[in-house]
Ligand binder design. Structure first.
Ligand SMILES: C[S@@+](CC[C@H](N)C(=O)[O-])C[C@H]1O[C@@H](n2cnc3c(N)ncnc32)[C@H](O)[C@@H]1O
Length: 275
């Protein structure tokens, strides 16, 4: 039977998740108990307080990864929200190509990348776009997530055909090695285009991001966990690390109140910093 959470324990857990990760679980008591209760029993915890003490004391990051994995979803897939990739191919990349000056560097950040489908879709799309000129460009993508678990999965780069349904067949044969049993591994050329790091979106933007701002930031399907002030503060921090003329993508379920942001609204889930 699942371990029951007391009101005081629930408040403590809500505060911990909000203060440390911006995740708002205020109205999610049933979800919390449903997702943690059995695991706590299996692991022999007598109370949620005992479990939270363990999470807070663990310096390895393993317990934090577990609680985040249990209480948020990492679910993602290739070519999710295809409107973004169409806009990238038809509008952003031609603009960047023409306005980059001589340096041939594109800086793209997939913030909350989960298991890598978003950044690998982007890397394949850029490979298609640049074709023979690709070698002249540095288009490596920064991909971050708070969960070390999903980053390890992204680095392995092995996916089921289910998550690849949205990809053109030609991309599947060109960019993946067929491992059999419906499993495919992303090829080395595309894997090497992505640099992974752990990063908590609640932390201040590193100075180097301010000094070398991004042409495009993806922050999709994570802000649904944040309340309005947390989301607004995060969008403001992103604004500071986007180049003038650069773009910002959110998930289509995560609209930004236009009065609260300096970003210009372009179309649903696409924003831009003025040139
Ligand atoms: C549903 S996935 C989004 C994947 C991809 N961006 C997409 O749109 O499909 C949400 C990810 O947000 C990550 N996440 C949750 N809170 C975070 C935080 N405070 N900082 C960084 N990543 C966070 C989770 O670990 C999870 O991998």
């Amino acid at each position: 039977m699942a371990l029951e959470i007391t009101d005081a324990e629930f408040q403590r857990l809500v505060k911990y998740m909000y203060d440390n990760f911006g995740i708002n679980l205020t109205a999610k008591k049933v979800l919390v108990q449903g997702r943690l209760g059995n695991m706590l029993n299996e692991r022999g915890f007598k109370s949620y307080n005992e479990y939270l003490d363990t999470v807070m004391a663990d310096k390895s990051g393993a317990e934090v990864t577990t609680i985040l994995n249990k209480l948020t979803t990492n679910h993602t897939y290739f070519m999710r929200e295809p409107e973004h990739y169409t806009f990238l191919k038809d509008t952003i990349l031609p603009y960047m190509k023409q306005s980059c000056g001589g340096d041939h560097i594109l800086r793209i950040w997939s913030a909350a990348c989960s298991s890598g489908e978003e950044c690998y879709t982007t890397a394949m799309l850029m490979d298609q776009f640049f074709g023979n000129e690709k070698g002249m460009w540095d288009t490596r993508i920064l991909a971050t997530d708070i969960s070390q678990n999903v980053i390890e999965k992204a680095k392995r780069g092995v996916y089921s055909d289910e998550s690849m349904k949205g990809l053109p067949n030609e991309w599947k044969t060109r960019y993946f090695n067929d491992l059999g049993n419906g499993k495919y591994e992303i090829c080395k050329g595309i894997k090497d285009e992505v640099i992974y790091k752990t990063f908590n979106l609640m932390d201040p933007m590193p100075d180097k991001y301010k000094h070398k701002p991004f042409d495009l930031i993806f922050c999709r399907n994570v802000m649904i966990y944040f309340d309005a002030p947390t989301k607004q503060a995060l969008v403001n921090r992103f604004y500071d690390v986007v180049k003038p003329g650069g773009y910002f993508f959110t998930g289509h379920a995560e609209s930004i109140n236009r009065a609260d942001t300096k970003f210009e609204y372009i179309q649903p889930a696409i924003y831009r910093r003025s040139v």
